[in-house]
Structures are given as structure tokens and as C-alpha cells.
Design a protein around this ligand. Structure first.
Ligand code: PAF
Length: 283
């Protein structure tokens, strides 16, 4: 496995991989890899000849006061995990390689970027769209894999790829991979590492309470009473703040008052300084 730190190294290695006409899958990450990321890598390896994993903590998707400085950076440990998975190439640029002096371009996706995390984290999805567009242009993979925990992010990336005609030839397929959960149901996230043991126990209430809300909404019941009891349970169990609990259409992300057959429950809530997100289908 090689680790490319410059665009020249990346392009040279990609040319070598492509020389035999073999396919390349990209798994974009910010590192601090866990089983959820490794599941993406395995899905990618099942569908492409070579897997390229990017590791870049993208400053442009962190707002003022967010955890950019604290975000775990552990390239050596991540590389060991990826080597074991048979990854061909790790793309680990530094911020000045991605955003050299004078960098001035921003990609902003309307519609699906608004609401949910877009409302609480202004500019976040511009940062995501910008870096993912750059990664697609740099790697030009045949396919790319993203976790469905960040459902809205996936919707933003798909919209951006369609709107900017990136789906061919750069990325023929953008795949979403279902959420990987801990045994108590908490969605895996690099940010779970910020939780104290007590907060970690409280965090598991999020998926449990969401499942209970799904049961309340089953059969097309109005969403609001179930969302109200979900909010109450989270606040009673130690969450300090709820950013949102919404039912929305899984594709357009438009707000819904009850299941339309394609509805998902979305939640974001904070314990101390840690913001946790999750989403589940209603049916
Ligand atoms: O989901 C993430 O880890 C990041 O948002 C991504 C897609 C790698 C872009 O920085």
C-alpha cells in the first residue's frame, strides 16, 4: 500500500493502477477510522479492482467553534488498518496541497443542503461539496462509497455530482452504505471517542428512542406526537440540546407530517460538546 502526499504522487500511482484498465473505487474519509469506514472499504473492494481511501480533515466543513483542532488525526494507525484491508493507495494530502495560497473556489449546493445539519452548521455542506468535488477530480474513480449515517451529506454529494456532470466519466456510481452500529445500537462515528463512559451510555438512548418513535408512527400515524416524546426522552436521559428531530422524505429531504412510503426519521442531539446524528427509515 502506498501513501500519496502530493498530487504528483497520487497521479503517478493512479496511472499505474489504471494501466491495466482496472477499476478504482474511492472511499473519502477524514480518518480516525472505525468499523463503519472499514465496511465502506470492504464494499468498495467487492465492486472495484482497487480501493483508494482519502484521509483529509477538511477545514472548510468545520464552522467557527467546531472541533477542527480536536478532530482525531492518526494516520499511522489508520494506514495499518487499511493495509490489512488490502487498500491499494491512501491519499493523505496536507491542507496546503488541497487549498494552496490563493485558493478561492467554493461549491454551494441548494435545496438538499438546507435544513437538518445545514441549518445548524452554516457552510458545512459547501465545505463537503467542495472537497468531494476536488477528490472526484483528483482521483477520477469509477465509483465512490459514502456512509448513510450522513444521509444528508450523501444527498448533497449526489445532487452536486448530477448538477456538475461529475457522474460520468469521473464517478459512475455513488454508493450509500447502511449505518454500522455498536452492539447497543449507537451509530459508529469518529466523534463517539469524545464521549465519557457516562455520556457513552446516555448516547445509546438516541437509537433506542428513535426506534420507539418509529413504532409510534407505524401505520401512518401523525409524526408530531412521536417526535415530541422522542425529544422528551432525549432531554430526560442526559442530552443537553436537540438540534432537530424531523421526519423527511428520503430523497428530497422535504419535511413530512407522516410516512409517505419513503420517509426517514432524522435526529441530531448534543451531549456536552459532542453532536450525534442518526437516521432511520419509517418503513
Ligand atoms: O463523511 C466524511 O467523513 C466527510 O464529510 C467527507 C465525505 C470525507 C468529506 O470531507
Amino acid at each position: 500500500m502506498q501513501i500519496a502526499r502530493t498530487l504528483e504522487m497520487l497521479r503517478k500511482r493512479l496511472d499505474d493502477l489504471r494501466a491495466k484498465g482496472e477499476t478504482i473505487a474511492l472511499v473519502p474519509t477524514m480518518g480516525a477510522l472505525h468499523e463503519g469506514h472499514l465496511t465502506l472499504v470492504r464494499r468498495a473492494a467487492a465492486q472495484a479492482d482497487h480501493v483508494v481511501v482519502s484521509i483529509f480533515v477538511n477545514p472548510r466543513q468545520f464552522g467557527a467553534g467546531e472541533d477542527l483542532d480536536a478532530y482525531p488525526r492518526q494516520l499511522e494507525q489508520d494506514s495499518r488498518l487499511l493495509e490489512r484491508e488490502g487498500v491499494a493507495l491512501v491519499w493523505a494530502p496536507s491542507p496546503d496541497v488541497i487549498y494552496p495560497a490563493g485558493y478561492a473556489t467554493n461549491i454551494s449546493v441548494g435545496g438538499v443542503s438546507e435544513g437538518l445539519c445545514g441549518a445548524d452548521r452554516p457552510g458545512h455542506f459547501d465545505g463537503v461539496a467542495t472537497i468531494v468535488c476536488k477528490l472526484f477530480n483528483q482521483v477520477m474513480p469509477d465509483m465512490a462509497f459514502f456512509g448513510e449515517k450522513d444521509w444528508q451529506q450523501l444527498a448533497v454529494i449526489r445532487r452536486m455530482a448530477r448538477d456538475l456532470d461529475l457522474t460520468r466519466p469521473h464517478v459512475e456510481a455513488i454508493h450509500g452504505v447502511p449505518i454500522v452500529r455498536e452492539t447497543d445500537g449507537l451509530a459508529m462515528s469518529s466523534r463517539n471517542a469524545y464521549l465519557s463512559p457516562e455520556q457513552r451510555e446516555q448516547a445509546a438512548v438516541l437509537p433506542r428512542a428513535m426506534k420507539a418513535a418509529l413504532v409510534e408512527m407505524a401505520g401512518g400515524e401523525a409524526a408530531e406526537p412521536a417526535l415530541e416524546s422522542l425529544r422528551d426522552k432525549l432531554l430526560a436521559s442526559g442530552f443537553d440540546r436537540i438540534d432537530y428531530v424531523d421526519v423527511r422524505d428520503g430523497d428530497s429531504l422535504a419535511l413530512l407530517e407522516a410516512d409517505n412510503g419513503n420517509a426517514r426519521l432524522f435526529a441530531a442531539a448534543r451531549i456536552g460538546g459532542t453532536r450525534l446524528i442518526d437516521n432511520m427509515p419509517l418503513s
